[in-house]
Ligand binder design. Structure first.
Ligand code: UT7
Length: 334
């Protein structure tokens, strides 16, 4: 069995900054409410007509990760894209990355696990490297939320939270004892409807929605039971981190850097307090980007690396919770 490790990170966010004050001009919300409940100050939203999409952002983030890894696109054996907002219902977006980056005709896999998508994608990449099937895998999280959220007061409970962006890593066969120690994945489908976008779907095809022609139709906007999600998130985040530590006979005192999914700064702070970590041991950037779902961990990881907050030998923990419900963790020796 081989071990896998991240050899390069990169991210891309659209230029267009949308502040909380900008939002208060289009819906009944305000900077104080958003910052107090979520920590978010601003987010990036793709500008209408810019032509940017989940796939184009993913391609840009990937280019940055390849550069950072000092590896050629031709060395990549496999692509894994985690997203809940692919450009098309089908095909998935992984194939677009293959084409946009002019890569060889390698396999491309899409992962649909929402906020936990990047954790699931890392786990899949790790298994492929471990078995020796592939040597270099491009793992991406990319999301274009702003085009599909309800930007009116009706949708304010969701729309102020989400941002657009992409992050990517190159996962490769490790040539030393650093790398992924273990990954842990979970789901609990009985809560599927607590954070969901119901339509369009094969249960309710687009022609049905059009036929109803109901101006109050909400099924094609995301819906969330925020408080239930919050309560489950703090429990499951903790469980996933503890599970990873226990699996490797490690203690929370040994964590050098926790990069949690950026769902809400209050969730990150709760976890930080619970695990008695100081500010240097938890990386947050939700203040600048909002919740970018599958992209949030790779964006945060890329920023933490760029800011030299992670050094060789560090114990790095990634953890996420989100729609599904799904949750999980990755434990790595950097
Ligand atoms: O990444 C996926 C996982 N997602 C999460 O982990 C999110 C978890 N949940 C949360 O972070 C929080 O539940 C939210 C930040 C989404 C909401 O915070 P909350 O404290 O649970 O607020 P709430 O939904 O209970 O709403 C409280 C009040 C309501 O008004 P009333 O009924 O008390 O008069 C809402 O209508 O705040 C109102 N409200 C807003 N006010 C201003 C809801 N959204 C807004 C808004 N601006 N954007």
């Amino acid at each position: 069995m081989y071990q896998s490790k991240i050899i390069g990170t990169g991210f891309y966010v659209p230029d267009n900054i949308v502040t909380n004050d900008d939002l208060s001009k289009i819906m009944d919300t305000n900077d104080a409410w958003i910052q107090e409940r979520t920590g978010i100050k601003e987010r990036r939203w793709i500008k209408d007509g810019s032509g940017e999409t989940t796939a184009t952002m993913a391609a840009e983030a990937s280019k940055n990760a390849l550069k950072n890894a000092n590896i050629s696109k031709d060395d990549i054996d496999f692509i894994i894209l985690a997203t809940l907002s692919p450009d098309y219902y089908f095909p998935g977006g992984g194939v677009q990355i293959q084409d946009m980056l002019d890569m060889p005709t390698i396999g491309a896999l899409d992962i649909r696990n929402q906020c936990s998508g990047f954790i699931y994608a890392m786990s899949v990449a790790d298994q492929f490297i471990k078995t020796g099937m592939y040597k270099n895998i491009l793992v991406i999280g990319s999301e274009y939320h702003s085009g599909g959220i309800d930007k009116t007061t009706r949708g304010r409970g969701i729309s102020v939270l989400f941002g657009d962006g992409a992050g990517a890593v190159v996962v490769s066969r490790s040539d030393d004892d650093s790398g992924i120690l273990s990954t842990h994945l979970h789901s609990e489908g009985k809560f599927a409807d607590k954070l969901i976008m119901e339509g369009p779907s094969t249960k309710d095809w687009v022609p049905n929605i059009i036929a109803r022609n109901n101006p109050d139709e909400e099924t094609y906007f995301p819906h969330m039971d925020g408080q239930l999600v919050f309560k489950n998130a703090v429990v499951r985040f903790s469980e996933a981190i503890n599970e990873g530590l226990e699996a490797n006979n490690l203690t929370k005192e040994q964590i050098d850097m926790l990069v949690p999914h950026q769902a809400n700064l209050r969730i990150s702070q709760f976890i930080q307090k619970k695990f008695r970590l100081n500010d240097d041991q938890v990386f947050n950037n939700i203040m600048k980007y909002g919740n970018t779902t599958a992209a949030s961990i790779p964006i945060a990881l890329a920023e933490a690396v760029a800011q030299n907050k992670i050094k060789k030998g560090d114990l790095v923990v990634l953890a996420a919770f989100g729609s599904g419900f799904t949750w999980g963790s990755v434990i790595m020796r950097w």
